[in-house]
Design a protein around this ligand. Structure first.
Ligand SMILES: [Zn+2]
Length: 484
């Protein structure tokens, strides 16, 4: 079951992180830099030293408003304080090649004042956007490395690529919120479906142990790899947060993309192993990673993709039956049609934090994705799986996509103008979509509460192909597309 409150929390925090300022691209200054980061045992303060290999950038800039407020001191290697007149920048005008700048961040204040920080007993989950200041110029040729110096027994867990004793920062680390965890519990690490998984566990009561968490996340990774054959990332960072008792296994999940993929999952203490493995939340959150970040008015599309596939992929992976998947989809359509402000789906998605019309947005989006996948398969022989698969290389070209641009790309790949008109119709629709015709063609109905699947329905073969495990990814029918 999906509680409206928990769902509201997922969306209120957002499946997306805040975006930092765009970098000033400039010739010359802003070469490679090395960050040396220290914290104290009680995690009250973070000290960062940044040393520049070449000419330093003109300034360091905060990624968020909160980061400005948490900055305590800035000084040079002789300990001489730098003036902090402009809260929007640490001016580096007096620094030259090889120089280092130092700054101090109030971690205690972060967990008191910011939604980006969560303290549990002696551990801290904090978005790097609160403590990592960005070089104002970041040429493509520059590399940024981070090394941590931690108190005895403390570990750091981050979604970043590791190289020996230091981490390599991707550009997204300076633009988008990501998770960093300072913890006294050793992170769990394993490989699954070609993905390096790291799980950081915040302390608290949980019925399940570490190996069970591995099994749960491993099953979700396998399920999402069932979308087109491989998981969309090489690395996956997970943070589990115990959430007290609850009627469902997982209270909510949240994807952050800064520095790599990281998913926070709030787990109820009474959840057992089987409940976690068959729950939809982890599969939903991981499915978001197969798509790019979309602008807020198109949240109905990103949530529709994640909600559609949370049901389809669990059926393909054997985590639920095909009948259970259809029952969940039909239930969702019923709940989605019962709420909303009768404005367009696009307006509803933009304002869902204020209106609380999450179910209309999530399930209205799911209706679109189901209809899109069915029409594609029936009319072009190409599946949505294939279009998503073929677009992975294109997603990083923009930090945020328009939903319509994604549909345009898919239409060009499928060789038919099909999804853009359908997208426009859904985006502008004031009513919850009526999928009875599509479900009838697929042969999906409900009689006396039970799902009935009709193998003689005209599109029964499409229904079967949607819910069956993929067998490789045939390229047949796809048109080569040069990305913009
Ligand atoms: Zn979502």
């Amino acid at each position: 079951m999906r509680s409206p409150i928990a769902l509201a929390v997922v969306v209120a925090i957002g499946c997306v992180g805040p975006r930092g300022p765009a970098p000033e691209r400039a010739e010359g200054p802003g070469g490679s830099a090395h960050f040396h980061v220290r914290v104290d045992e009680s995690l009250t303060t973070l000290w960062a030293e940044i040393c520049f290999a070449g000419e330093p950038p003109s300034a360091l800039i905060p990624m968020t408003e909160a980061a400005r407020e948490l900055l305590v001191h800035v000084y040079d290697s002789e300990g001489e304080a730098l003036p902090m007149d402009d809260p929007d920048r640490i001016d580096l005008g007096r620094f030259g090649p090889g120089d280092c700048v130092h700054y101090e961040v109030d971690l205690q204040g972060a967990s008191r004042t910011s939604r980006g920080a969560l303290r549990r007993r002696g551990d801290l989950l904090i978005t790097q956007s609160l403590w990592l200041w960005a070089p104002s110029q970041r040429p493509d040729t520059a590399s940024y490395t981070v090394e941590f110096e931690l108190p005895r027994g403390m570990h750091v867990s981050v979604p970043w690529a590791r190289d020996g004793d230091h981490y390599l920062l991707e550009e997204s680390c300076f633009r988008t919120a990501g998770n960093s965890v300072f913890t006294f519990a050793e992170p769990r690490r394993f490989e699954r479906s070609g993905v390096s998984v790291e799980i950081a566990r915040l302390p608290g009561e949980l019925e399940v142990d570490g190996p069970t968490l591995d099994r749960w996340i491993g099953a979700a990774v396998d399920a999402v790899a069932g979308l087109y054959g491989t998981f969309p990332r090489d690395r996956l960072h997970i943070v589990t947060v115990p959430a007290g008792p609850g009627s469902r296994p997982v209270a909510f999940g949240l994807v952050r993309r800064g520095g790599g993929a990281s998913v926070m999952l709030l787990v109820h203490e009474n959840a057992d192993a089987d409940e976690l493995v068959s729950d939809w939340t982890a599969v939903h959150e991981l499915t978001h990673l197969t798509m790019p970040l979309l602008k807020s008015g198109d949240a109905w599309l990103s949530e529709g993709v994640a909600t559609y596939y949370q049901e389809v992929l669990r059926a393909r992976a054997g985590l639920q039956t095909e009948e259970e998947a259809w029952a969940n989809i039909l239930d969702g359509f019923e709940r989605g049609s019962a709420v909303g402000t009768r404005r367009t789906l696009s307006d509803e998605a933009r304002d869902m934090r204020q209106t609380g019309a999450y179910r209309r947005v999530y399930w209205g989006g799911t209706a679109f994705v189901l209809e899109a996948d069915v029409r594609l398969r029936a009319q072009t022989g190409v599946s949505l799986d294939q279009l998503i698969s073929r677009s992975q290389g294109a997603w990083p070209r923009r930090s945020t996509w328009q939903g319509r641009a994604v549909m345009h790309r898919f239409d060009r790949l499928a060789g038919e103008r099909l999804l853009v008109p359908l997208f426009d119709r859904y985006a502008d629709s004031h009513r919850f979509p009526d999928l009875s015709e599509v479900l009838g063609e697929l042969g999906v109905s409900r009689r006396n509460g039970a799902i009935v699947l009709d193998d003689d329905a005209p599109l029964a073969h499409v229904r079967e192909s949607i819910m069956s495990p993929i067998r490789g990814v045939p390229e047949r029918g796809l048109v080569a597309v040069r990305g913009k």
